[in-house]
Design a protein around this ligand. Structure first.
Ligand SMILES: [Zn+2]
Ligand SMILES: [Zn+2]
Length: 159
């Protein structure tokens, strides 16, 4: 996974095993506050400072994940020039239609009955734009998350 992302030009960084958060910094980095740009760890090939340490280097990736096979893989979406939609599957209380899609008016004729999860909200947004829902988009990478949600990956179109 990490090497595949790197081959696509997407910088990766390690995530703590079983978590969505970066692995912990080294002891000195935890003790002394400093900017990632001033950190000696990153040039030295360590993984401190989360996405700031993201790399496309095969050598670095092999060193990190062969020593810690349980680590997850985080992609630094900005430098990778990716836009990833994070869809949540848990049902949440639906806000008033004026706040459901901020900045996008939803007319009274639109029936919001049954709207529950992020998949529904995304489908609504797509329908308002006359497009199919990205959750159904077979042309791109879609990844189920452990909680039943989905990450939908797009290259930044630079409109
Ligand atoms: Zn460090
Ligand atoms: Zn540091």
């Amino acid at each position: 996974m990490a090497r595949w992302c790197a081959r696509n030009g997407w910088p990766v960084h390690p995530l703590a095993a079983g978590h969505k958060t970066p692995v912990a910094n080294c002891e000195p980095c935890r003790q002394q506050r400093h900017a990632p740009a001033d950190c000696p760890c990153i040039p030295a090939g360590r993984w401190c400072h989360g996405f700031h340490a993201a790399t496309v280097s095969d050598e670095r990736i092999d060193a990190w994940w062969s020593a810690h096979p349980g680590w997850g893989v985080g992609v630094s979406c900005g430098p990778a020039d990716l836009v990833v939609i994070d869809v949540d599957a848990h049902a949440a209380e639906v806000p008033d239609r004026s706040r459901l899609l901020p900045g996008i008016p939803i007319g009274q004729q639109v029936d919001l009955t049954g709207l529950a999860t992020g998949f529904d909200t995304l489908a609504l947004l797509a329908a308002l734009r006359g497009r199919p829902s990205p959750a159904e988009d077979e042309r791109t990478l879609r990844v189920r998350t452990p909680s039943g949600g989905m990450h939908i990956w797009y290259r930044n179109p630079h409109p």
